[in-house]
Design a protein around this ligand. Sequence first.
Ligand SMILES: NC(=O)c1ccc[n+]([C@@H]2O[C@H](COP(=O)([O-])OP(=O)(O)OC[C@H]3O[C@@H](n4cnc5c(N)ncnc54)[C@H](O)[C@@H]3O)[C@@H](O)[C@H]2O)c1
Ligand SMILES: O=P(O)(O)OC[C@@H](O)[C@@H](O)[C@H](O)[C@H](O)CO
Length: 547
Amino acid sequence: MLHLSDDIHNQTAAWQKAGVTLPTYDIEAMRQATKRSPTWVHFGAGNLFRAVHAPIAQKLLDSGATDRGISVVESFDPAIIDQAYTPFDDRYLQVILKADGSMKTSLVASIAGAYPLGEDPKPLRDLRLVFRNPSLQMVTTTITEKGYALVDSQGRPLSWIAPEFEGGPDKAKSAIAAITALLLERYQAGALPLALVSTDNFSRNGERFGQVVRRMAEEWIKRGLAEKGFGDYLRDKNKITFPLTMIDRITPNPDAEVGRRLKALGIADAEPFRTRGGTAMAPYANTEETWYWVVEDDFPAGRPPLEKAGVYMADKDTVNAADQMKVTTCLNPLHTALAVFGMLLGYPTMSKTIADPDLKALVTRLGYVEGLPVVEDPGIFSPKEFLRQVIEIRVPNPGLPDTPARICADTSQKIPVRYGITISKYIRAKDLDTADLEAIPLIIAAWLRLLIGSDGNGTDDAGRPVKLSPDPRLEELQRILVDIPLNGSAKKKTLTTTIKSILADTSIFGTNLNATPLADKIETFLTAMCQGNGAVASTLHKAASAW
Ligand SMILES: NC(=O)c1ccc[n+]([C@@H]2O[C@H](COP(=O)([O-])OP(=O)(O)OC[C@H]3O[C@@H](n4cnc5c(N)ncnc54)[C@H](O)[C@@H]3O)[C@@H](O)[C@H]2O)c1
Ligand SMILES: O=P(O)(O)OC[C@@H](O)[C@@H](O)[C@H](O)[C@H](O)CO
């Protein structure tokens, strides 16, 4: 059996026989070069990093465009490093799952070092040296939307952030505090330049990244825990930048069937597992063939030649248009719509959701009719063609084991981006009428319908409890919704009163929906969806038949 940590270059024939493409560069030399002069640090050692970032570095290494790898840091769930990196010598398999059922597998070894920020102080000490090194050019992140949150909807510091505000760099635990503390190190090493590149799924991700890092720094400066000059350094665009990005590659959690197929090829390291911190990992990352990464080209310390690996380097407006297109209209809103209904209707995979003609009609309306009118063409690819590929090729890919549950994680945090921005564009546009939106209120109603239940369980359309994906607002929302009856006795008037405070929550919708025609539609759809078993499917069918 083949092991990732073995001397792979002594087993080239066996790996090739298993259909695995091997790196062609000298892995040890890459590690030494990176140790001497690191260029790229990444925060968030989860699956997207393994699907996109590390393979890009591998491509650059293979082609000789660089001799440096990536140093990867994990602050939220350090067990990812202990359980999914260290035992495999920081290597893994990238498995591309094609629509015809075949898979393309590569062994990725472009990770030069892995830094778990947990109890052991050594990784942070080592990382400080990396940040003091003038060679460092960029930091990328995949820390999820909630990784950037510092305060709650009332503006109060979150419970785990408050001690960091108070205690300064020495108390840094969260990704944002750790990054800010390491930037302070870089400032103290001579105010060296750096680009900080968020690759998380929300619009204007770089702007938000910059805001939260500067906020953390200000809290420290006002308490005398960091020098005033540090604040100036973070605002100096010749020193520190936060480029905007759009990143796209549907990357499901590691799938057991993929592991079985790898085992059948003679690969020993092929078991998916949950880390002690709860992240779904494996010695492999499974992903789709299509990918896009569009990056604002604003790197004050220089950058690796990313374009040589297929990354689009562009100006701010182009990146912003590409990102708005993907995360607010042409992909992620469709994903959430299918996932929410998928949970309600009991579909096990995303490809099965879109095979339902009513759900396909829903996302077709959501994308083409409600989304495209507010999309600005990024110029580098056509939004209409992008949308067509999402609906006709990418989500229906039967080889991709993506689940509604993965996509439903943290839905409350995603709604502002996935629907809130479109809603606000309709409200502002003179030639668009918010009252014309039908798919968006139907999806919001379905989300609320799914949450009716208690203790982390919602209720599906057959009246059965369904385990809900984690969401920081779940408990609070379920408490409000719990009394809505699902047996046919729900009345719109009572329901309207019950959900008023939710629809008014601008931290979820970006707008007080009670002041828009959407509230009445959501209340009507939700009342209809609560009229007994099968009411979700029939409400969806009735709406879809009219489109
Ligand atoms: N998976 C995809 O299809 C995909 C595609 C495009 C963009 N993204 C973006 O990448 C993010 C990560 O996706 P993934 O597939 O790697 O997920 P994953 O579950 O495999 O990994 C999540 C990563 O985020 C970290 N994390 C989670 N909560 C955090 C927090 N509060 N603070 C700091 N770090 C935290 C985890 O420790 C882990 O490193 C997504 O949230 C999304 O913004 C994902
Ligand atoms: O990664 P999240 O949790 O922000 O969203 C779930 C999916 O919609 C997302 O991961 C998509 O697969 C991705 O955005 C495709 O590029």
